[in-house]
Design a protein around this ligand. Structure first.
Ligand SMILES: Cc1cc2nc3c(=O)[nH]c(=O)nc-3n(C[C@H](O)[C@H](O)[C@H](O)COP(=O)(O)OP(=O)(O)OC[C@H]3O[C@@H](n4cnc5c(N)ncnc54)[C@H](O)[C@@H]3O)c2cc1C
Length: 377
C-alpha cells in the first residue's frame, strides 16, 4: 500500500511528488511514467516566472533548473490585424527544452524520496481501501498527471473535453539568429483564428519555433500546420516538426473524486489565451500533492484550494477567450499594451500566470479601440 501513487512524471506529476513529500517527508510516494527520462515532450518550452515561484517554494534549485538557457526579457507581439507591441517583461521568462526541464524536476522528486518506476498505466479502480492501479498496485490516493490523453481521467469517468476546447500545435528547433536573443515573438493571424506562431530563443543558439490553432471541425493536417508556420515565420528553418494537442482550461473536467485527483493537462489546465500550461501544471501538482499528504478528504481540499488559487482567473480567461473570437479585440489589446506598460504587464499575468484584469482596464481599452478605429479609417 503506497500513500500516494502519481501517474505521469511531467511537471505536474513531479511537482505533486515534491509537494507531498515536503508536506509529509515519511509518505511513500510512487511516481509512474510510461517513458524513460530524459524524454522529449512537444512544447514551446516557455517557462513563466510564475511557475518558477511555485517551484522555489518547494525548495527546487532554480539555477540548476534553468541552467544552459538565457533569461528572456522582452516580448514582441503581432496582433491578428498586424499591430505590433514590443515591451520588457516585468520579470524575465525562460525557455528550457522539456527534455532538460522535466528530467531535472523528476530527479529532484526522486532526491526528495519518491520512487520512480517505468510503467504505462492502463486501469484505475477506486476501492474501499483507496485506488487500485493496473490491478496490482494499491495507493491510498492516486494523482492523474498523465497529460492530454490521460488514462486516469478516462478511467475516472471525468467528462471528455467538449468541442472547441482543444488546440493543436507543431513545434521544432531552428537556428535562433533571425531573432534577438532575449526576446520572445508571438505572431498572431486572422486566418483560422484563434491561431499564432511563436519563436522562443533558448540561449544556446537555437530557438523553439511552432504554430498552433484551435481545433474547430476536422483536425488540420501536419502539412497545413507546417505551411502556416512557414508563412508566419518565413525566416525560420526548423528541423523535424512534432505535433501535440492542448486541452484548454475552457473544457475543464471535475478535478477529483474521493481519493483520485487530476492535475495539469489531465485536468485540462492550459491557458486558452496563450497555450501556457506549465504554470498551471506545477501549481495544481503542488496543491494536489499537499492535499494527498495532509487532507482527510483529498479531492475536496484540492478542489477548494484550486478554486481559491485560480477560480476567478479561470473564469476571466474563459470569458476573454470567448470575446477574443473577434480578433479586433486582440488588435485593441495590442494597441493598449503598446501604449501603456501596466496594461502590458496585466495582459502578461493573465496569459502566463494567475492574473486578473479589473474594471480599471476598460477605459484604456476603450481609448485604444477608438484610436485603432480612427487609424483604420
Ligand atoms: C506545441 C505545444 C507548445 C506548448 N508550449 C508551451 C509553453 O511554451 N509554455 C507552457 O507553459 N506550456 C506550453 N504547452 C503546454 C505544456 O506542454 C503542458 O501544459 C504541460 O506539459 C503539462 O504538463 P503535465 O505534467 O500535466 O503533462 P505532460 O507534460 O504531458 O506529462 C505527462 C506525463 O505522463 C506520462 N504518461 C502519459 N500517459 C501515461 C500512462 N498511461 N502511464 C504512465 N505515464 C503516462 C507521459 O509520458 C508524460 O511524461 C505547450 C503544449 C504544446 C502541445
Amino acid at each position: 500500500m503506497w500513500d500516494l501513487i502519481i501517474v505521469g512524471a511531467g511537471p505536474a506529476g513531479s511537482t505533486a511528488a515534491l509537494s507531498a513529500l515536503r508536506s509529509d517527508p515519511r509518505a511513500s510516494v510512487l511516481l509512474l511514467d510510461a517513458a524513460a527520462f530524459p524524454r522529449d515532450k512537444v512544447c514551446g518550452d516557455g517557462v513563466a516566472p510564475h511557475a518558477l515561484d511555485v517551484l522555489r517554494e518547494l525548495g527546487i534549485d532554480l539555477e540548476l533548473l534553468v541552467a544552459g538557457t538565457r533569461p528572456i526579457t522582452r516580448l514582441r507581439m503581432r496582433s491578428p490585424g498586424g499591430v505590433v507591441a514590443s515591451r520588457a517583461f516585468a520579470r524575465p521568462a525562460h525557455v528550457v527544452p522539456r527534455e532538460l526541464f522535466d528530467d531535472r524536476l523528476v530527479r529532484a522528486a526522486v532526491a526528495a524520496g519518491a520512487v520512480l518506476q517505468r510503467r504505462r498505466v492502463r486501469t484505475i479502480q477506486q476501492t474501499p481501501r483507496g485506488v487500485l492501479v493496473d490491478g496490482d498496485l494499491q495507493g491510498r490516493t492516486v494523482i492523474g498527471a498523465d497529460g492530454c490523453e490521460s488514462v486516469v481521467r478516462r478511467e475516472s469517468a471525468a467528462r471528455a473535453a467538449p468541442p472547441g476546447t482543444l488546440a493543436i500545435a507543431v513545434r521544432g528547433y531552428a537556428p535562433a539568429h533571425p531573432w534577438p536573443a532575449n526576446e520572445q515573438l508571438l505572431a498572431m493571424t486572422r486566418i483560422r483564428w484563434p491561431a499564432y506562431a511563436w519563436a522562443f530563443p533558448i540561449g544556446n543558439g537555437m530557438a523553439n519555433v511552432g504554430y498552433g490553432e484551435l481545433l474547430q471541425g476536422p483536425p488540420p493536417t501536419r502539412e497545413h500546420l507546417a505551411r502556416r508556420l512557414h508563412e508566419l515565420l518565413p525566416r525560420a528553418e526548423p528541423g523535424p516538426l512534432r505535433g501535440h494537442r492542448l486541452p484548454l482550461s475552457t473544457g475543464r473536467p471535475d478535478v477529483g473524486h474521493g481519493r483520485l485527483l487530476l492535475v495539469g493537462d489531465a485536468a485540462s489546465l492550459i491557458n486558452p489565451l496563450t497555450g501556457e500550461g506549465i504554470y498551471y501544471a506545477v501549481l495544481s501538482g503542488a496543491l494536489a500533492g499537499r492535499a494527498a499528504a495532509l487532507a482527510p478528504d483529498p479531492a475536496c481540499s484540492y478542489r477548494h484550494w484550486l478554486r481559491n488559487a485560480l477560480g476567478s482567473h479561470l473564469r476571466q480567461t474563459d470569458l476573454i477567450a470567448r470575446l477574443g473570437r473577434w480578433p479586433i479585440l486582440l488588435d485593441i489589446g495590442a494597441v493598449a499594451a503598446r501604449e501603456r506598460q501596466p496594461i502590458f504587464d496585466k495582459l502578461i499575468d493573465l496569459g502566463l500566470g494567475d492574473g486578473k484584469i479589473g474594471p480599471a482596464i476598460v477605459p484604456a481599452f476603450l481609448k485604444s479601440g477608438l484610436r485603432l478605429t480612427t487609424t483604420l479609417r
